[in-house]
Write a protein of this length. Structure first.
Length: 221
């Protein structure tokens, strides 16, 4: 039992240094609310405190130093692969990843290259694992290098209603570098030229941003 407790504490204190600054107002506000609620009910106050801790946990940004080969495309997000197919453009393969509230919500660069453009589109807030998510609010980060691309699209969900983008047009990024954040359950789509890549992941597979190899270039860019 003691070993389980030590393991749990080690896990908790292990992610604390990786929490993003965005978590601070949420955590402080939650703790303040917990104190107020506990004046009337210690049990409810404790539940509010646990919720504040969970919010801090949600904003974690674990260090991932995976090294990718020149022909590898980095998975941009943690979650479950929803679909792999061509959509409106038959020349572009789209990999969609669903992020639950328990997943890390930082997005990472799929490739080393230049931010060709960042395009924000307002929209709805349907559940991110449904077909209706195609109409949701989104932010497209267009990454390219030597005429090849692996664009990242941040898509909100029913709960996630805030997109943060940490890069801008003209920036140069390294593969696996953090490029943005979506709050509280969402979807991330990756757009790649169908003729230039071989997708390695499968539908339903659990993937990890900055670690999983999403696809391979037939010829490195």
């Amino acid at each position: 039992m003691w070993e389980d407790i030590k393991k749990t504490l080690g896990y908790i204190f292990g992610w604390i240094p990786t929490v993003l600054p965005e978590a601070l107002p949420w955590f402080v506000g939650g703790c303040a609310l917990a104190v107020i609620v506990s004046l009337f009910s210690s049990f409810l106050g404790f539940l509010v405190f646990l919720a504040a801790v969970f919010v801090a946990y949600f904003f974690r940004n674990p260090v991932r130093n995976a090294v990718f080969a020149e022909d590898e495309i980095c998975c941009p997000a943690d979650g479950r692969v929803l679909s792999i197919k061509t959509e409106e453009d038959p020349h572009t393969v789209v990999v969609r990843i669903f992020l639950s509230v328990f997943n890390v919500h930082v997005q990472r660069a799929t490739m080393k290259g230049e931010v060709e453009d960042v395009i924000y589109t307002p929209g709805e807030f349907a559940f991110a694992n449904s077909a209706a998510a195609n109409k949701n609010e989104r932010n497209l980060i267009k990454l390219s290098r030597n005429y090849k691309f692996a664009h990242i699209e941040q898509i909100t969900g029913a709960i996630a209603r805030r997109i943060k983008c940490w890069v801008k047009k003209g920036d140069h990024v390294n593969i696996g570098q953090g490029v943005g954040l979506i709050r509280f359950g969402s979807q991330v789509a990756v757009y790649m030229p169908a003729k230039d890549v071989r997708v390695l992941v499968k539908e339903g597979q659990r993937v990890e941003g900055g670690t999983t190899v999403l696809a391979l270039w037939h010829k490195a860019p």
